[in-house]
Design a protein around this ligand. Structure first.
Ligand SMILES: Cc1cc2nc3c(=O)[nH]c(=O)nc-3n(C[C@H](O)[C@H](O)[C@H](O)COP(=O)(O)OP(=O)(O)OC[C@H]3O[C@@H](n4cnc5c(N)ncnc54)[C@H](O)[C@@H]3O)c2cc1C
Length: 503
């Protein structure tokens, strides 16, 4: 259960520099973002300060961590990104829940940095602030026609099927027969799989009811996964690739330029003399690359087995125009080939693929936070081992960063754990005597709750989130569907939490 927002925690001593006077004797940290990065940071803060206490001969070194999120729900992309038919990965939320229920950690939902709270407010109330707001923006294709109705970011489609409150539950009607998914990473595979899989498979999952209805009424028959390079360079993981080929009722087809298919590297088992050269950047010694090539080679050798839906991998093609008029009717593609300096180059050979829905999955991007340094080119907060660096290249006292905002959108959920631990090591090292000059909360500043109350803002508490959680379990039971059915839309979340204004 959550601790009350008011009041200052008790006295502390030990090796850490916890402040100038008796009024600031506990290390108070705000973590912005309750995704894996934010919650692994909270966990590392609790663990590492406990270890520091032990090292200081049992002295009572304490930390309190307030984890803020713009949403009334915790867990970030574990809740609103991981595919609903991957429940074992979703269950990471059970682990993260234990972090939130630690008495030293408190969830404060409905607080957006840059909205209800500002950087200055946090720095005056806390000894350190860790930014962990992920990478919520999508990258664009930059081709004509991208704005047409029927062309969308895969990120929007993901938010829709995951029941994110910002996604309109009626956003995707799935009346397209042919869909193009552009991209060669696991998000593209998730999207293709959700489109290909029989709707009945989603009955026991947590997809919102309107999403399940749309999947059941889907007219989609063909899903084209389009990649500007070959199977050797795709960022798919082999397990997810193989999973697609194992779906009942789904045919897989592979369309690649001759010579750039699986097993085509000279010297590879199954390669014929004269087969293509190794595309730059692809290391056939890499287990994942070899695994992917084997899966694709197997698919290429297989004929169709009469499935109701077909996923067609179209390698070595790039979109050059989304065609209308009025709404998407087709996609113009250019054939590509390996470039001498790596990457793919256009060949001047074009083709038109009739599709009625285009979903681009070409990467995520972090959003800048007001007052926080941001490297526009890399779309990350510039940092040294988690310490936020100012324009002068020096660490900004009291400001830290973790997760996708720190290193860009890469790695698996577990990658954020080691990443968060590194940030926390930096944060605590800065508070050791002789470390970097630490930041201290303003001893005269009222607690965050008071500052917010003065502006008519009350955070969503952990208990209120549990209200949503419980309503989702009850909805599933009432519908006879699995363990949880997500509520979709702000109104449903507000009603279930009992919080008046979290939208
Ligand atoms: C579609 C998709 C599917 C994925 N599937 C898998 C998978 O199956 N397995 C796997 O290992 N990895 C998967 N990943 C990767 C994994 O989700 C990420 O590694 C991880 O979520 C990154 O953690 P994060 O905390 O940095 O960001 P996020 O999880 O995005 O968390 C950021 C949090 O910050 C909050 N926030 C954003 N802006 C603000 C603000 N201004 N103020 C306050 N709060 C804010 C957000 O609401 C969110 O809760 C997937 C990623 C995507 C996009």
């Amino acid at each position: 259960m959550t601790a009350p927002l008011r009041g200052r925690p008790g006295p502390v001593s030990g090796g850490l520099d916890l402040g100038p006077g008796p009024g600031t004797q506990v290390l108070r940290v705000a973590v912005v973002g309750s995704g894996p990065a934010g919650l692994y940071t909270a966990e590392a803060l609790v663990k590492q300060t406990a270890q520091a206490a032990q090292a200081a001969d049992g002295a009572a070194v304490r930390v309190t961590v307030d984890v803020l999120d713009r949403l009334p729900t915790p867990y970030g992309l574990v809740r609103y990104g991981v595919a609903p038919d991957h429940p074992s990965i979703r269950s990471i939320a059970d682990y993260l829940r234990r972090v939130l229920e630690d008495p030293r950690v408190r969830f404060l939902g409905g607080l957006r940095l840059g909205g209800e709270v500002t950087r200055e407010m946090l720095l005056s109330c806390y000894d350190a602030v860790v930014y962990a707001t992920g990478a919520p923006l999508d990258r664009r294709l930059g081709v004509p026609g991208e704005e047409l109705p029927g062309s969308a970011a895969a990120a929007d489609f993901v938010r829709w099927y995951c029941g994110h409150p910002d996604a309109d539950p009626g956003r995707f009607a799935l009346d397209a027969v042919s869909v193009a998914v552009i991209g060669a990473g696991n998000v593209a595979l998730d999207v293709a799989r959700v489109l290909a899989r029989p709707a009945a498979d989603f009955g026991p999952t947590d997809v919102p009811d309107p999403v399940l209805a749309a999947l059941a009424a889907s007219r989609v028959r063909e899903i084209h996964v389009i990649s500007r390079r070959g199977p050797a360079e795709a960022r798919f993981t082999t397990k997810e690739l193989r999973e697609l080929g194992g779906l009942p009722g789904v045919d897989i087809a592979v369309d690649a330029s001759p010579g750039h298919l699986a097993g085509a590297f000279p010297g590879d088992a199954g390669a014929s003399p004269g087969d293509g050269v190794r595309p730059p950047g692809a290391d056939p010694a890499d287990r994942r690359v070899r695994g992917n090539l084997a899966v694709v080679a197997d698919w290429a050798a297989r004929g169709p087995h009469g499935g109701g839906r077909r996923v067609c991998f179209r390698f070595w093609r790039r979109p050059v125009e989304v065609l209308g008029p009025g709404r998407v009717t087709a996609l113009r593609l250019e054939r590509t080939a390996p470039g001498a300096a790596g990457g793919a180059v256009g060949t001047g050979v074009y083709e038109v693929l009739p599709v009625q829905l285009v979903l681009r999955s070409v990467g995520y991007r972090s959003a800048p936070l007001a007052g926080v340094p941001f490297d526009e080119r890399r779309a990350v907060v510039p940092n040294a081992e988690g310490r936020v660096l100012g324009a002068d290249g020096r660490p900004r006292p009291g400001e830290y960063v973790a997760g996708w905002l720190k290193r860009g959108p890469s790695g698996v959920i577990g990658t954020n754990k080691a990443d968060a631990a590194q940030t926390v090591r930096s944060l605590l090292a800065d508070r050791l005597p002789g470390g970097a000059p630490p930041h201290h909360a303003d001893p005269g500043a009222p607690p965050l709750a008071e500052r917010l109350a003065a502006r008519g803002v009350r955070p969503v508490t952990y208990a209120e989130w549990l209200g949503i959680d419980e309503r989702e379990h009850r909805t599933a039971a009432a519908l006879g569907r699995g363990e949880r059915v997500k509520l979709s839309g702000w109104d449903a979340l507000n009603t279930a939490s009992g919080h008046p204004r979290s939208g």
